[in-house]
Design a protein around this ligand. Structure first.
Ligand code: ADP
Ligand code: ADP
Ligand code: ZN
Length: 216
């Protein structure tokens, strides 16, 4: 099954994708994670996108479509792909359709995670991850069972994203409304959209996604 998790920054896409990966043998394709990996390994492309990402603007379609193309051609995903943070523009959505076609696959459903804008500030400013394994946490909503120790790997170092501040969030929200939210209508018109309440607790959101997947 190939699905898109669609929603503004902080909607909970990455959190839900990680659970789907564990339970359903799916592969998460997060263009944000791929771009951050390119930055930390210091590639030319990574250097090129750093400023754009820190400001909260969108990286060019060409770059992110190239990243996804590479993964679709090489990654093995028995349980299917979860597109997380991609597509973010209509051009990316068209390109995804063509890329899936070219590898003999298709999109099963698009899950829109709807969250009030006011909730996003605390989601984003409270977000942190394990520096060792990347597991995601939140200052209040999702703390590790033992304070300061990663549930998944036992790591004790954590990090926060440079762009997880209120200033960058404003730009990212603007980009979401201007460039990404038209995808809601796009996939609705294709009969592929399902909308869930992303404001609920993590487990409740998960149950809504499980239901959306069994309905599609
Ligand atoms: P969030 O999880 O907060 O939604 P991401 O990790 O998906 O953010 O993305 C971080 C940044 O990487 C974005 O603000 C943008 O600069 C860039 N980016 C990620 N995915 C895309 C994409 N599909 N198109 C353009 N830019 C992207
Ligand atoms: P996205 O990938 O859409 O940008 P994340 O999955 O990284 O969003 O979630 C943003 C922050 O909000 C993280 O710190 C995460 O732990 C937390 N979070 C995710 N889902 C929920 C939820 N349903 N309720 C409260 N906090 C959540
Ligand atoms: Zn960890």
């Amino acid at each position: 099954m190939n699905i898109i998790l669609l929603g503004p920054p902080g909607a909970g896409k990455g959190t839900q994708a990680a659970m789907l990966v564990e339970e359903r043998n799916m592969v998460q394709l997060s263009t944000g994670d791929m771009l951050r990996a390119a930055r930390s390994s210091g590639t030319e492309m990574g250097k090129m996108v750093a400023g754009v990402m820190d400001r909260g603007e969108l990286v060019t379609d060409e770059i992110v479509i190239g990243l996804i193309r590479e993964q679709l051609e090489t990654a093995k995903a028995d349980g299917g792909f979860i597109f997380d943070g991609f597509p973010r523009t209509l051009a990316q959505a068209d390109a995804l359709g063509e890329l899936l076609d070219s590898v003999g696959q298709s999109l099963d459903t698009v899950i829109e995670m709807r969250v009030d804008d006011e909730a996003l500030v605390s989601r984003i400013t409270g977000r942190y991850t394990c520096a060792n394994c990347g597991a995601g946490y939140h200052d209040t909503a999702k703390k590790p069972a033992k304070e300061g120790v990663c549930d998944k790997c036992g790591g004790t170092e954590f990090k926060r994203r440079a762009d997880d501040n209120e200033e960058s969030l404003k730009t990212r929200l603007m980009a979401y409304y201007k460039d990404t939210s038209p995808l809601i209508g796009y996939y609705y018109a294709k009969g592929q959209l399902q909308t869930i309440d992303g404001l609920a607790a993590i487990d409740t959101v998960k149950a809504s996604i499980d239901k959306a997947l069994s309905d599609s």
